[in-house]
Design a protein. Sequence first.
Length: 504
Amino acid sequence: MQTNSLWRDIDIETFPSLTKDLTAEVTVIGGGITGITTAYLLVKQGYKVVLLEAGRLLEGTTGYTTAKVTSQHGLIYDYLIRTFGRDKARLYYQANEDALKLIEQIQEELNIDCDFSRQDAYVYSVTDKGKQEIYKEAEAYEKIGINGGIVKNVELPFEVTSAIKIREQAQFHPVKYLHPMVQYLKEHNTPIFENTRASDVEKGELLSVITREGNSVTSNHVVMASHFPFKDFEGMYFSRLHVERSYSIALPTNEVVPEGMYLNAENPKRSLRHYVSEEGEMLLLVGGEGHVSGQKENTKECYEKLQSYSKEYFNTDQVTHRWSSQDLTTLDKVPYIGPVSRNNPRQYTATGFSKWGMTNGTIAAKVISDLIQGSANPYAELFSPLRRPGVEQAKNFALENTDVAKEFVKGKLESRKMEPENLSPGEGAVVRLNGKRAGAYKDETGRVYLVDTTCTHMGCEVNWNKAEQSWDCPCHGSRFTIEGEVIEGPATKPLKELKKEGER
Ligand SMILES: Cc1cc2nc3c(=O)[nH]c(=O)nc-3n(C[C@H](O)[C@H](O)[C@H](O)COP(=O)(O)OP(=O)(O)OC[C@H]3O[C@@H](n4cnc5c(N)ncnc54)[C@H](O)[C@@H]3O)c2cc1C
Ligand code: FES
């Protein structure tokens, strides 16, 4: 079994790190769907762009997604009408439908073969409560004019109490879709740098992105397509985003796999789609088991639950690939796309896609590239991070930040008795070292890696992620390797390496 995403089976070319200072018109930070699409749209218009990526291109959430391309974001439209009114709810639907069309248009422009196929998207329920929610959602579909509604039958191998669909949505292979855009950028002399982490943006007449190694890219505009905005203090993004981690598995099956893409209304979530491999093998993709990042002790259990679900309903548990990743949700569930703050109109953020970033990330690229070009965009106001907070935002702000405060205190008070010596090979845990909380991991050769568990973002205490073998922060989702190197932000600095007393 591959403990890697199905989409990352493809080799993509590597790019060098930035080793000197550069200038450009636009600096794009982040090589996922948002950053690559933004760079593509701007370069197509003749802009001089530099693309910076902290790790490898498409190794962020985009390489670890389920890749449904749809406007059906769970049961969201009844909520959006109640929170924002009918017109804005309709605008949200249209924005995502436009993104789907843009994805098709880009495939035509670059002659991309990315296993794109039109599929209906379904949300189904298995309880009466779920059924009621689906019926409310159906009313919202009617009010907005969504191309879909309640369906009587679904092809699933278990009883459902109701189901609702949106017609003519899609699924694809995200890396096959985005890699040709990277090649286009290269052919159009766009400098691309990997293993180049942006750590600051200095403001003046122009904006200078400073990398961790101390080089800079100076430009008129900066796009933070870094998933979590790495400069999150301006605009207080750390207090306005909720981070959730979820799990996916791929399994070959001889059973009939239903056409269409599915998600349930209830918890725990189960997300289903299919994929036909290069060898022509039918694979079932099952996702779910989401939890707040860094707040679950036994993450291996999440994969096991998806596996037993697959066995129960699809008669297969032969997992070929398993992967997990995390995504961010804003306080009102509508992404933040646009200028980071009123005082900084040429630095943009695109975040909070609520696990629907194939369309949301694409529309973000369109909105931001239009703003940079000075063109009107019908969705700019809806997604603006500067929108006035409503009641929903205020309520979720309190909930989110109470949870962060609770995790901060819990981490500081927690006392563990385990000593690093007691770890088994391949095991990681929070231990006591020289009388203090520390993180320890023992590799298969018996070498022990010790890190300070205080997160370099805002000081919460990181926890061990058993399945992914990483140190994950329960406050805003930063993740670190066993040596303490940053895997994903908002943190930009590594965890401090520790030594045992008497060791140098
Ligand atoms: C389990 C799961 C399933 C999902 N399934 C779906 C789905 O079916 N359909 C759908 O529409 N959406 C889905 N999503 C959501 C979607 O995958 C994401 O919203 C989307 O991929 C985010 O893209 P992005 O480009 O914004 O971020 P990423 O793909 O994470 O790219 C950001 C990049 O920025 C880089 N970076 C970060 N900080 C810095 C820095 N300081 N300097 C330089 N580079 C930096 C990172 O290394 C990363 O490569 C899913 C999400 C999850 C977690
Ligand atoms: S991610 Fe914010 S404190 Fe760790």
